[in-house]
Design a protein around this ligand. Structure first.
Ligand code: SAM
Length: 355
């Protein structure tokens, strides 16, 4: 569907009916921001609103989807074209899952780095405090056993550590409690950096915090860190290769990099009427946008091999891949996420080393 053309058409027909955006929105029982979004070509009316819009604007559905008034002569041809486009759109709209959340309205997109950063910064600036300590050490992700059981970090006494996507600072507090003395955090969101700063201050901990995309040069020291780690941070990158290359450069020789993220198989399987259903292809690494907590995010699913191959390409030596489920925790859960975790990995953690 050509959203820009449809948006302009809605604006034109609304004006022909002498309606303001507010008046159209009020009649439909929605906000005027939503009408403005359609008219700017940044979204389509949801299905339940399409017939009421047509009635108010005195057009038919075929004209709405075509974004223009139609004569009797081209009505049938346009109707057929529109049906084909709708089928294509429907095929693109799939469910997707990040951690324990099923995303709403998922659609594939052509990834544009600055758009992805802008959208995700806006998300984390606004929603970041909802994740206070949720995606933080000792958890590496989903129903994986925790750090207390896995002991991936080892002895951190007097170590220099860097967290990628430091969020609210809870993981930095955890590594500080384990003895790390030189703490650094990087995050793309100013508000998250501020949250980390405030949280660590209340804990009497100081850390050097940098606000930057992990993919970009940001002044972090080279050959410096004993450990770089990330909990639900790495998957947000727009380029695994650029990110892993940089992380490799920040580490000392023999330095360790560990990260946890949502398992790609978890995103392929949804729970429908108590059954696990394969709803996405494991091989699909296309970028998508979707709603989480009513805010848009942009992400892509990556296969396990994509992570491992990129780590190898960028100079890391593989040490450990964790995919197991903490069965006790999963059995104690009363939700779909926990039930699923008994059948497949909901998260993974990878530990690698710089030679
Ligand atoms: C799930 S949170 C991490 C929470 C963190 N582990 C904690 O202990 O609070 C993911 C973080 O990644 C950050 N992020 C997203 N995209 C990023 C990017 N391209 N570069 C750096 N950070 C990014 C977000 O702002 C967010 O704070």
């Amino acid at each position: 569907m050509n959203q820009v053309k449809i948006g302009r058409f809605i604006a034109k027909m609304r004006k022909q009916q002498n309606l303001t955006q507010c008046e159209l929105a009020d009649t439909l029982g929605i906000s005027n921001k939503t009408v403005s979004k359609w008219e700017c070509g940044n979204g389509m009316p949801e299905l339940s609103l399409m017939m009421p819009i047509c009635e108010i604007l005195k057009i038919n559905l075929n004209e709405l989807f075509s974004g223009e008034k139609l004569t009797d002569a081209d009505y049938k041809k346009k109707a057929e074209e529109n049906i084909m486009k709708l089928i294509e759109e429907a095929e693109k709209i799939k469910k997707n899952i990040v951690g324990g959340k099923v995303l709403g309205k998922v659609a594939n997109i052509d990834m544009n780095v600055s758009e992805a950063h802008k959208t995700n910064i806006e998300f984390w600036n606004t929603i970041g405090s909802e994740f206070l300590g949720v995606t933080a050490l000792p958890k590496w992700g989903g129903y994986l056993p925790t750090e207390e059981k896995l002991n991936l970090l080892g002895d951190l006494s007097d170590k220099s550590v860097l967290e990628i996507g430091c969020g609210n600072g809870h993981s930095l507090k955890y590594v500080s409690d384990l003895g790390a003395t030189d703490l650094w955090g990087l995050d793309i969101s100013e508000n998250q950096i501020e949250r980390t700063e405030n949280y660590l201050q209340t804990q009497g901990i100081s850390a050097k915090l940098i606000c930057s995309p992990m993919e970009d040069e940001c002044g972090l020291p080279i050959d410096y860190f004993d450990l770089v780690y990330s909990v639900y941070g790495i998957g947000w990158t727009t380029s695994l290769d650029k990110t892993f290359k940089r992380i490799h450069s920040y580490l000392k020789k023999d330095g360790v990099f560990i990260f946890g993220w949502s398992h790609p198989i978890h995103k392929c399987v949804s729970v429908e009427d108590g059954k696990l259903v394969f709803s996405n292809s494991y091989f699909n690494e296309e970028w998508y946008c979707g709603d989480m907590s009513d805010k848009e995010i942009m992400l892509s699913n990556r296969m396990i091999s994509t992570y491992l191959n990129s780590l190898a390409r960028n100079g890391f030596i593989f040490e450990e891949l964790i995919e197991e489920t903490d069965k006790e925790k999963a059995m104690a859960s009363d939700n779909d996420f926990g039930r699923k975790a008994l059948m497949l990995p909901t998260a993974f953690a990878i530990k690698v080393r710089k030679l």
